[in-house]
Design a protein around this ligand. Structure first.
Ligand SMILES: Nc1ncnc2c1ncn2[C@@H]1O[C@H](COP(=O)(O)OP(=O)(O)OP(=O)(O)O)[C@@H](O)[C@H]1O
Length: 280
């Protein structure tokens, strides 16, 4: 089964169009969304969560269409968004009590354990939290009602490097159960490179690609060539290039590069930047 299936999804805002996005997240996998500011990641995530209406296309989440029964599905989704809407006067202890009423699967022991792991104080009010603490509070709630799907919008960006590292491990642990899946957007592409099975690149409301990470890493690489060598290469082989006085650095499709060229591994971050920014 697929945890998320998006077909031809559209959303129109003045000056922005989410343009017929197709995306599939297979169960048991982690899909990372990469895109520049304003690319449409949060819009896609909010549409998946049925927080607003789409203008076209369809979304299935955990096998269900977004009809009136979606509230049952929502109970199986652990969500971390920028603004979770926790009442500002509440403490972690009080938020836990509130969540117990909302989620049938609420696991108070897991909540306490996660708060402890993330060093979130039990009795400080939410309005006095630092940005990272707010993120950690959301993560603790998201992990404590035994969801089948985690949807994490920029969940790692406010975390310090040590916590981020163990959070990435926790997300990977979560998908050890084949029924549990994760959709995560992040500007910290190295985190996604570590944890994701699938990567989707979004740019200006369009999906540039959605592919298995290992396939991407195997297929594309970085070459350093002279201007003359570049002229001889198949333009289709070049995703993006950067010209300097010392020659040309380019991200290339290994399958379209003749033998004899040295092709070095590419990072996901380089791949995205070259695709979006590199002069074609
Ligand atoms: N409620 C809204 N009304 C009008 N335009 C909106 C609304 N919400 C989002 N947009 C626009 O939609 C576009 C996509 O925004 P979105 O928040 O999805 O981007 P994003 O990829 O998540 O960016 P970031 O990385 O900065 O969080 C932007 O141009 C934004 O201004």
């Amino acid at each position: 089964m697929n945890a998320i299936e998006i077909r031809d999804l559209e959303k129109h805002y003045p000056g922005f169009t989410l343009d017929r996005v197709n995306l599939t997240l297979p169960s048991g996998c982690i899909l990372g969304l990469v895109g520049e500011n304003g690319a449409g990641k949060s819009t896609t995530i909010r549409l998946i969560l049925n927080m607003m209406k789409n203008d076209g296309g369809s979304i299935r989440v955990l096998g269900a269409e977004q009809d009136e029964n979606f509230s049952k599905v929502k109970e199986q989704i652990g969500v971390v968004l920028d603004d979770m809407g926790f009442p500002s006067c509440m403490t972690a202890r009080q938020i836990g009590k509130m969540m117990k009423q909302l989620y049938r699967n609420w696991d108070e022991a897991m909540y306490q354990k996660t708060l402890k792991w993330l060093a979130v104080p039990m009795d400080k009010s939410f309005e006095k939290y630092s940005r990272g603490m707010k993120m950690k509070q959301s993560i603790a709630v998201a992990l404590s009602h035994h969801p089948k799907l985690l949807i994490l919008d920029e969940a790692t960006s406010g975390l310090d490097p040590v916590v981020r590292d163990s959070f990435v491990d926790a997300v990977m642990d979560f998908t050890r159960d084949e029924e549990c899946s994760v959709l995560i957007s992040s500007h910290i592409v190295s985190d996604l490179e570590r944890m994701c099975d699938y990567i989707a690149f979004m740019h200006e409301g369009k999906l540039l690609l959605c592919e298995e990470k290992d396939v991407l890493m195997e297929r594309y690489g970085v070459i350093h060539v002279t201007n003359e060598q570049m002229e001889e290469l198949d333009p289709e082989a070049i995703l993006g290039k950067r010209i300097s006085p010392y020659g040309v650095e380019a991200v290339a499709d290994r399958t379209k590069i003749p033998e004899g060229f040295s092709v070095n591994p590419v990072s996901l971050e380089e791949l995205f930047v070259f695709m979006v920014k590199g002069e074609k």
